[in-house]
Design a protein around this ligand. Sequence first.
Ligand code: BMA
Length: 332
Amino acid sequence: MNKISLKRCKSNPLLTSEDIPYPSNQVFNAGVTKFNSKYIMVFRNDYGRSQKDFLRCEVAGLGWPVTKTNLGLAFSDDGINWSVDPEPCFSIETDEIQRVYDPRLTVIDRRCYMCFAVDTKHGVRGGIAVTDDFDKFEILHMTVPDNRNMVLFPEKINGEFIRLERPFPVYGRPENEAFDIWLSSSLDCKYWGKHRLLLGAEDVSFSNCKIGPAAPPVKTEKGWLTTIHAVEKVDREIYAWHRNWNKIYYGGIMLLDLNDPSKIIAMCNEPALVPELPYEKEGFRGEVVFPGGMILEESGEMKIYYGAADTVECLATAHVDELLKLCENYKL
Ligand code: BMA
């Protein structure tokens, strides 16, 4: 495969567990946006088990060590140097809900919406909350299981909120976890409908497994530039803190119609982001890159924030025109 690579930020990783002033083992899969002229990051913070705990449990023949997750908050003036708030900003733990993770941020009409995944005793659900200050969050919606990787478009289209999502139909499409990307609409962000298939896993040439949304879409002159994550299962064991890890996660890009985002205009048929650096290849799960936030600067620079190896948070950049050209090379 002729792999295209985005330019990695020299300060990578931008955020690691060492930067976190409360218990932390892995900091990754963050949502990032610009809000009230600051860069804001809400990151996934996994804690309560280190690489040593995995080894200890494996040697003792125990199962996986218990993981806990909360969402942390960080601010930045330049998108590169981050200050982390002293306390996590969001978590839900009840008898039913085990944890909230993989936040995605989208500013719509000057309010910040956060999509997230929720592990519950009865399956994985997608949640949407809204906040004005990252202190108080109002939960607007929770899907039925199993669904996750939801992202919102940054403006209403024809009067409707639009989201991308990735249900996992384990009976309907069990073959190698062939899970697809769907699109839904809502008038109030609480009640969702008009569910449509956007992209089937079989249509992504660099995936032989599941795909899903990644960072929320960004508006460009040519269409909505949209990242996806795409998984390739391989016949070798990949470096990880646990056994039997054999999935490579790539970042892909596609372009959706501005007025009707259920139409794919073009898609790059090679991954735009491929795990290749040590911090992307080694960690809790090696060879995982997972974009979660994308910011288009006035200069035309696109900042793509991504979790690497499920362990640290990183940044890669490209000019928006290069990304559009990559898409246009492969019109559907
Ligand atoms: C998915 C999610 C992501 C994670 C990825 C790779 O199923 O759990 O949060 O980054 O696996 O481990």
